[in-house]
Design a binder for this molecule. Structure first.
Ligand SMILES: *[C@@H]1O[C@H](CO)[C@@H](O)[C@H](O)[C@H]1NC(C)=O
Ligand SMILES: *[C@@H]1O[C@H](CO)[C@@H](O)[C@H](O)[C@H]1NC(C)=O
Ligand SMILES: *[C@@H]1O[C@H](CO)[C@@H](O)[C@H](O)[C@H]1NC(C)=O
Length: 346
């Protein structure tokens, strides 16, 4: 995207980057013996998928991970795996075996959404939410490639020291999830954001920040990045800079050589109240790690009901990544079908 585009044009450009769009506009194709499937939008060969998780471009390959139920056409009990497909062009995909399965004590009711971060030295790390205790508790885990020189990164290992972030005392068990891709602040520390309801069952939908110097030990900031006082819970938070003249667009964090505080940022939240994604442009304070929405003409934009949407169809749980091949930020979203549960299992 050009660096000098006005905001309105940037918003259209974000739209162009939306790789999945509502099912009503899906181009479909009938393949012999396969039935009707989207020709362009990503769909696994069979079974349930929901949110994208951990998209990345690494060593010439795009990796798409997604929430996947290997056992059925619905989300079942939520005991989900990370499906894994790869592509060289974001259009033609090859399916690999699942990358993460819920087989460890720290994830045995589901490997839920998360992110990929490429660490210095080029090894990617996956952060993801583990669901435990019959699904009543969520924790954050880490996984690494078993063989970092495998160009397809087929096998992933989960260190026994998981979880790396346990459930905080002021967060109800089922409201702590979706760690973002990490970025580095001016102080050299890693940061991630995690969605959480803070302050008990009637608490506020917060986006917490954790910092680390080794990617293993994480400490929560006193202040959240942002708190929504009118959401039941938010999911899949996403923070990224947008273009200003002379600035490299799309890369988050001080490591990219740009002073984050000087740039406008987008905060995207997936809000459970409506199962829709909302975003707002604002200022990210890269010392305090707080986000303040900007005043937008006369509009009050202090909370998500007044924020903008990327799409007005069934688009939810989006997740972005910085595409270093084309120097752009790409946003992926899950577009769900509008048919019934009975149709899904028919
Ligand atoms: C969840 O699925 C995994 C296989 O992917 C299985 O090993 C595990 O026992 C399941 N968990 C529960 C609680 O059934
Ligand atoms: C979102 O859901 C919560 C819990 O049901 C409710 O208290 C809140 O008013 C809702 N917010 C909006 C803007 O509807
Ligand atoms: C999925 O589709 C149904 C039916 O169209 C809709 O009510 C629901 O909100 C959608 N869920 C998400 C997460 O988009």
């Amino acid at each position: 995207m050009a660096a000098r585009l006005p905001l309105a044009a940037c918003i259209v450009a974000f739209h162009l980057c939306l790789l999945l769009s509502p099912s009503s506009s899906l181009r479909t194709v009938v393949r012999h013996g396969v039935g009707i499937r989207p020709a362009y939008h990503f769909l696994p060969a069979k079974n349930w998928q929901n949110g994208r998780t951990g998209p990345m471009y690494h060593n010439g390959v795009y990796h798409l991970f997604y929430q996947y139920n290997p056992l059925g056409a619905t989300s079942g009990t939520g005991n989900l795996s990370w499906g894994h497909s790869i592509s060289r062009d974001l259009m033609n995909w090859a399916a690999l075996d699942t990358a993460l399965d819920p087989t460890a004590p720290f994830d045995h009711n589901g490997c839920w959404s998360g992110s990929a971060t490429i660490l210095p030295g080029g090894v990617p790390a996956l952060l993801y939410t583990g669901r435990i205790d019959d699904g009543r508790v969520q924790v954050q885990n880490i996984a690494f490639p078993k063989n970092p020189t495998d160009p397809l990164l087929r096998d992933w290992v989960k260190p026994a020291y998981n979880p790396v972030i346990p459930l905080p005392a002021d967060v109800p068990g089922e409201y702590f999830r979706d760690p973002t891709t990490a970025w580095v602040g001016r102080d050299g520390l890693w940061r991630i954001a995690i969605a959480a309801k803070v302050g008990g069952p009637n608490g506020f939908a917060s986006t917490l920040i954790y910092r680390s110097n080794d990617f293993r030990h994480w400490k929560r900031n006193d202040l959240p990045l942002y708190t929504s006082r009118t959401a039941n819970m938010v999911e899949c938070p996403d923070l990224f800079p947008v273009a200003e003249p002379g600035m490299e667009e799309g890369r988050l964090g001080y490591a990219s050589g740009t002073a984050s505080s000087a740039m406008r940022h987008v905060l995207k939240l997936s809000v459970t109240n409506t199962t829709q994604d909302y975003y707002v442009v604002g200022r990210y304070d890269d010392v305090a790690d707080t986000f303040m929405p900007e005043v937008d003409d006369a509009r009050s934009i202090d909370d998500w009901p007044t924020w903008r949407r990327f799409d007005y169809g069934h688009v939810y749980a989006s997740k972005s990544f910085f595409d270093t091949r084309k120097n752009r930020r790409v946003l992926w979203a899950w577009a769900n079908e509008s048919d019934s549960h009975n149709d899904d299992i028919a």
